[in-house]
Design a binder for this molecule. Structure first.
Ligand SMILES: [Zn+2]
Length: 59
């Protein structure tokens, strides 16, 4: 059975829409991803999972 390398979970900055890879916690297969503590572009600390990112970002 083919095993595809896992893609890191990605998060979208709620403020400037910058996409940041999540911070990995633990080791496979029990690792999880957490959003970064702050956005390197704007310093905001609110992130939305890319999968849940709304198709129409708020203005
Ligand atoms: Zn940002």
């Amino acid at each position: 059975m083919a095993h595809l390398p896992e893609r890191p979970k990605e998060y979208v900055c709620d403020n400037c829409n910058n996409i940041v890879a999540g911070v990995v916690n633990g080791e496979p297969p029990d690792h999880t991803y957490e959003p970064p503590t702050d956005c390197r572009a704007c310093g905001n600390s609110d992130f939305v999972e890319l999968d849940r990112y709304p198709s129409m970002p708020k203005q």
